[in-house]
Design a protein around this ligand. Structure first.
Ligand SMILES: Cc1cn([C@H]2C[C@H](O)[C@@H](COP(=O)(O)OP(=O)(O)O[C@H]3O[C@H](C)C(=O)[C@H](O)[C@H]3O)O2)c(=O)[nH]c1=O
Length: 185
């Protein structure tokens, strides 16, 4: 597998080694030893799958307390995936990384705990799957408005289909400090 650093420490693009043969292909989506050797020493306790149609945008979401690290990828279709540093004390606060993830490129994105995450679907359909380092905690589940000008995200769609929760998500400046992740160097 190949790891590609991004401008955000804690957000890493991973390209798995794909084993193709006349039947199709095989790749390891996660291998604890290989990830640890690459500096991502983690395990996962929950795997999620969501399916969305073109134009759907899910995000920007995070958990605090009980933040989740996420290893995200697309099984089929294509999404524009975004991780945003929302930790006020972080040296890279308010910076973001955007990556195209697709069933074709098989790219994964590791997003350490403390970042907000979101994606929008640019194919007819997309099956999105991600492993989390901590369990879903509805009381800690939080969202920030997808198009908050503070983060200047360059979404490839302008009028996304949003959940009710995401339509009403607060802007960053409306979120009390205690509901934002702490920066852990
Ligand atoms: C996240 C989650 C949700 N749910 C239930 C709660 C709702 O009844 C339903 C849909 O939840 P929600 O609208 O929050 O799902 P998404 O909008 O896809 O949220 C996710 O999408 C963004 C991109 C993320 O990175 C987060 O992991 C996650 O917030 O699934 C669960 O039962 N377990 C879970 O772990």
């Amino acid at each position: 597998m190949k790891c590609i650093a991004t401008e955000l420490p804690g957000v890493v693009i991973i390209e798995p080694t794909v084993h193709g043969d006349e039947r199709g292909f095989f790749y390891e989506s996660f291998n604890q030893a290989r990830f640890a050797a690459a500096g991502i020493d983690t395990t996962f306790v929950q795997t999620n799958v969501s399916r969305s149609q073109r134009g759907v945008l899910r995000g920007l979401h995070y958990q605090w307390p009980n933040p989740q690290g996420k290893l995200v990828s697309v099984l089929d279709g294509e999404v524009y995936d975004v991780a945003v540093d929302i930790r006020p004390d972080s040296p890279t606060f308010s910076k973001s990384v955007a990556v195209m993830l697709s069933g074709e490129n098989k790219r994964h994105l590791w997003i350490a705990p403390g970042f907000a995450h979101g994606f929008c679907v640019v194919s007819e359909q997309a099956t999105f799957t991600y492993q989390c380092t901590s369990l879903y905690d509805p009381a800690a589940d939080a969202a920030i408005r997808w198009n908050d000008a503070r983060f200047a995200l360059d979404w490839p769609i302008s009028d996304p289909q949003l959940s009710q929760k995401d339509r009403k998500a607060p802007f960053f400046d409306e979120v009390p400090r205690e509901r934002l992740p702490d920066y852990v160097p």
